[in-house]
Each structure stands twice: as structure tokens, then as C-alpha cells.
Design a protein around this ligand. Structure first.
Ligand code: GLY
Length: 338
């Protein structure tokens, strides 16, 4: 498989289809520490020979300041200096932690990512957001800083659990709806089976499209002041669903998008036939369930309110690839969803 390079304005070299082991090309003799979890080091035992390794527990709970302290203690023990290089090998959690700790240790070391999940390859590892949670507050502590490189090797996705893979597909579906053409939407319709079977060439095409879309959005609004928020399509409701139903992020985003579509239709901006076409694509990918917002979901959504204004900022769509922002009070949202 040949590799594609997507050199975004963010200055990260994004390598799609490059084998993970090729990270060595980027090291230039720098002392290198790889941060990952047990499972990945066990699955890929020899890839990082010659590098120091730091093993983290898997899961969202690791995204804490406590973990940052543990890693910094390891860095100190290893005697790292400002020329040392840090690699995050893993999904979104590992990339978020690695980017943050590398950015603050000794005022910043260079770092790179080898993204091991579909979700990380198309979203979490792209765009320069790094950070950890603070108690229940997601990503409250962090920074914007880009890795030198991101390697997105679809072969790594063969060992992903079905749930994790499906979670990544949820974010792929989001890109298909926010990209300003129907190309990805049609491609997903035509190649559903192959994508579900993790066909490597199809995956490479899809990852490339999603990375290009995200890079283009981030290049307009790196610091997330406005336009970048279209990436949050489905996320306001998705976050509530993820927490209450305890399902993986990307899957919750699909159910969140269904609710945002419903609001788009009720507001009269999205044609119901288009909504049906979209719901049919979701169903082809196995997302045929519907989750109705209940009081417990709305309680979490209320936490998203803009300070003082009582408004929730939602992303809706007028058509495939045509996003818009809508600010509504909680009661207005409840009325629209009746
Ligand atoms: N995952 C959303 C963003 O990077 O802005």
C-alpha cells in the first residue's frame, strides 16, 4: 500500500497508509520515549525496540492530572532533555495525554502520534488539541499544539474491537454530513460492506477524506473560536447519550446526529426526504436504534449552556455539507423534540 501525505497548515506531517514502524524515519537520532498501553505494546512487541516505554492504563480515567504527574516523574527518572522526542501510540486518550505532557515538560518537547484507532486517525490525533479532564469536566486542562507527525496506518485497525471500530465509523458518518459535497456520503453508501469489513484500500480513501476535511476546517479556526465547532455536529446530544447510556463516543455521536437532524427538519431547514436518506445510511452501518432524550440527558445538556444567556449552541444541517449554528433555550429544544 502506498502512503499519502496530507501536510495541513497545522504543520503536522499526516501520513496515511505508512506502516507504524516507519516512525523511525522521523527520529533523527533523538532519544525517544513511547507512551502507550499494555495491550498495544503486547500486540506490537518489537516495533519500539531501542525506545524507552511508558505504559498507561487504558480508558478515559487515565486522562487526569495524576497521570501527567506519573509521566513527568518517569521523564525525570529517564533524564530526558529538551532534545528528547515523545511518541503517543494509541487512541484518542493516549494522544491527548501525550500531546499535553510533551507540550508542558521543560516548556515543550517535540512529539508525534501513531494513531491506533479509527477515531484517533480521523479526529483525535488531528488538529492540535491536547489535554486531560479535571474531575467530571472533559478536556478542561490542555493546550493547542501540533505533533511533528501523525501516522495513520489502517492495518492497525484490524485488531480493534468491533465496538471501537463502530465508534470510529460514527465519526466518519459525521464527516460525510459536514463535508461540503456529497462525495463522501455517496462513497459510504456504495462501499458500506467493504468498510464494515475493514477493507484496507477503502479505509485509506475514507481516512484521507476525513483528515482532509478536518485539516481544512482547522486551518480556518485552529483555536476553536467559531467555525471549527461544526465538528461538533451531533456532539451536544451525543455527549449526554455517551454519559447516560455509557456507549462509546462515536456511536453516541450518531444518535446525537439523529436528534440534530430531527431539529433541523422541525425548524424547516432540512428536507424530510434528505433526512430519510441519511437515516438509511446510518441504518446500513448498523445504527438503526433511536435514543429519546430524557430528563437525565437534558440535565447534562444544561451544563453546555452559554454563561448568562441560557442558550445551547447546536450544529444543525440544511443539507448534506451545509451546516448552520442554532442557539436555543432548553425548553425550546424540549418542545422541538416532542
Ligand atoms: N474533535 C473536535 C475538534 O477537534 O475540534
Amino acid at each position: 500500500m502506498t502512503e499519502n501525505t496530507n501536510k495541513s497548515m497545522s504543520n503536522s506531517d499526516i501520513k496515511i497508509g505508512l506502516p507504524a514502524v516507519a516512525f523511525k524515519e522521523f527520529l533523527n537520532n533523538r532519544r525517544t520515549v513511547v507512551i502507550s498501553d499494555h495491550n498495544l505494546f503486547r500486540l506490537y512487541p518489537d516495533v519500539f525496540d531501542g525506545c524507552d516505554k511508558i505504559i498507561l492504563p487504558s480508558g478515559e480515567d487515565a486522562k487526569s492530572l495524576k497521570t501527567i504527574e506519573v509521566i513527568i516523574s518517569e521523564f525525570v527518572k529517564l533524564n530526558l532533555d529538551r532534545n528528547s522526542f515523545i511518541i503517543g501510540f494509541g487512541g484518542g486518550v493516549i494522544c491527548d495525554i501525550t500531546g499535553f505532557v510533551a507540550s508542558i515538560f521543560m516548556r515543550g518537547l517535540s512529539f508525534g502520534f501513531i494513531a491506533s484507532t479509527l477515531l484517533a486517525q480521523i479526529d483525535a490525533a488531528i488538529g492540535g488539541k491536547n489535554g486531560v479532564n479535571f474531575g467530571n469536566h472533559k478536556n478542561y486542562i490542555g493546550c493547542f499544539n501540533n505533533p511533528e507527525f501523525v501516522i495513520c496506518d489502517p492495518i492497525l485497525l484490524k485488531t480493534l474491537s468491533d465496538q471501537e471500530y463502530k465508534s470510529g465509523l460514527g465519526e466518519v458518518l459525521k464527516y460525510a454530513l459536514i463535508t461540503n459535497k456529497t462525495e463522501l456520503f455517496n462513497y459510504l453508501n456504495q462501499n458500506t460492506e467493504s468498510l464494515l469489513n475493514r477493507n484496507q484500500d477503502i479505509l485509506k480513501f475514507v481516512i484521507n477524506k476525513c483528515v482532509k476535511t478536518k485539516s481544512d476546517i482547522v486551518s480556518v479556526d485552529l483555536f476553536d473560536k467559531g467555525f471549527r465547532q461544526i465538528l461538533n455536529f451531533g456532539h451536544s446530544f451525543g455527549h449526554c447519550i455517551e454519559k447516560i447510556e455509557n456507549i462509546p463516543h462515536g456511536m453516541a455521536v450518531v444518535y446525537g446526529m439523529k436528534i440534530a437532524l430531527q431539529i433541523s427538519v422541525k425548524k424547516g431547514v432540512l428536507n424530510p426526504d434528505r433526512q430519510n436518506e441519511i437515516l438509511m445510511l446510518f441504518a446500513k452501518f448498523g445504527f438503526n436504534q433511536e435514543i429519546i432524550m430524557r430528563d437525565e440527558h437534558f440535565k447534562i445538556l444544561e451544563g453546555d449552556k452559554k454563561k448568562n444567556l441560557d442558550l445551547i449552541k447546536l450544529v444543525i444541517i440544511n443539507d448534506i455539507g451545509k451546516t448552520a449554528f442554532l442557539e436555543l433555550k432548553i425548553d425550546e429544544i424540549k418542545d422541538l423534540l416532542k
